[in-house]
Design a protein around this ligand. Sequence first.
Ligand code: M6R
Length: 600
Amino acid sequence: MCGIVGYIGDKDTKEILLRGLEKLEYRGYDSAGIAVLNDEGVHVFKEKGRIAALREIVDPASEGSIGIGHTRWATHGVPNRVNAHPHQSSTSRFTLVHNGVIENYEQLKREFLSGHEFISETDTEVIVQMIEKFTEEGLSVEEAFRKALQQLKGSYAIALLDKQDQDTIYVAKNKSPLLVGVGEDCNVVASDAMAMLQVTDQFLELMDKEMVIVTKESTTIKDLDGNVIARQPYTAEIDASDIEKGTYPHYMLKEIDEQPFVIRKIIQNYQDESGKLKLDESIRKAMKEADRLYIVASGTSYHAGLIGKQFIEKMAKIPVEVHIGSEFAYNMPLLSENPLFIFISQSGETADSRAVLVQIKKLGYKALTITNVPGSTLSREADFTLPLYAGPEIAVASTKAYTAQLAVLAILAVDVAQSKGITLEFNPLKELAIVANAMETMCDSKEEMTKIADEYLSAHRNSFFLGRGVDFYVCLEGALKLKEISYIQAEGFAGGELKHGPIALIETDTPVVALATQENVNLSIRGNVKEVVARGANPCIISMKGLEAEGDRFVIPAVHELLAPLVSVVPLQLISYYAALHRGCDVDKPRNLAKSVTVE
Ligand code: M6R
């Protein structure tokens, strides 16, 4: 979602801002802008669409040693140049970028800015106008900034420039991610460390309701009462080459191909020298003490949670409920006496899950976050974290993070089972190694996948994914993948549910992708396929070696049944990729979507 960058130092400010925004493109946006301040004033450039379009309108002569930039994912007001950030106060003294949603902006307009003319439809403009008003009433900029922040309800990450001060960027955060980077002879601001790795790998974490006064030489963190807070920077451990596409045409394809490597990295990181599972004792204890686990997540991470439930219930014998974050937040179910919450999130910034985390922390419950970004909000605010070790995932469509989530959930389930004294005929590290090899075979089958995509999907408007047991959950994920990047309507169904409604939609040639990787339901899912074929559907059965039957379109290598989802999802990822590619879609940055959904 919206991304923020800021720079103060002696290098080419506009270029650093533009490059920073390019690194934030993966988050999803529909307009972008930068502001550079120099002796002549503030130079603001904004454009609808891609950063490439913004680059074209930025005046190469607009030099300056301080500036801010923004990518906007529209919430209040359509994506156009007027609503794009930065926004300015009436006299243009203040220029501001904002990420988040100001819930009380209408009320603030009435209370502080009645009669004021607003240029944009955004909630953001109210902040910059309030700051100007408060300075006109006699407050210093810092006081006005703080007073404005105290009025805001909702989420924000903000960077502010004052035309009369070329030495300071004012920064603040609440619920939306924001970091301040500490460089040599410069300092930076960014929604995400990746944007400013070009300048520094030293970053200061910011907590909610903190503000920072950033100059070229200093970074002063304060609370909203003006008290100074001391904090040391941490080193962002991201390899800059991890965020490049290399020779790949798209990040999504690169990330699909990285999956065997990620699984091997997880195996490495979750075992000790003697080859035994290695998990923090405190996590084990919390898991064992819980009488019920509540997994909370969204989108692909939610789909991983559904399979995680199977792992944990089957192996560790602890009851698990899986909830969509946005539903749980407003409709909390009846909780057990001693619950433990597990948040699954690639980004660790998903606002829907964060809302739940805040609620359950208030109730005094413990939380474990499984995430790809250990310094993220969900990780920091939970009691425990299990990292995914998947490396930065840039494509909006989540692939390697999903399989990494499944691998970590399997390790967690086995570890807890073993520590409860449950004997399992299942060595997760050995089985995961087999999975990594099978994934490699799948990644080598791209030619076949591109054919399947064309044969079944590319020219169709809708499609179905059928499965039973864990195959059903993989089908939900396969359908999500296809719809989000190719815009083909895709629905995942449990095979047995067909007759209860969805079969009415089957027509001649309707593509139906069916998974058959589970022995106990192999015959039933094949029965379901016969039912749709009888009504004209074009079936594409993907089965697992050992369970295959005549006519199956693709057979994946055999792996332990429980871990089959880690492999069977790969062909679904690949056929989604090729279907989107063949339809001319922007695979890595699908329309309307954001990588990191930081507003509720
Ligand atoms: O960062 P998170 O895992 O919390 O994100 C949750 C969803 O927004 C995300 O999985 C989304 O569904 C993906 N675009 C799916 O590919």
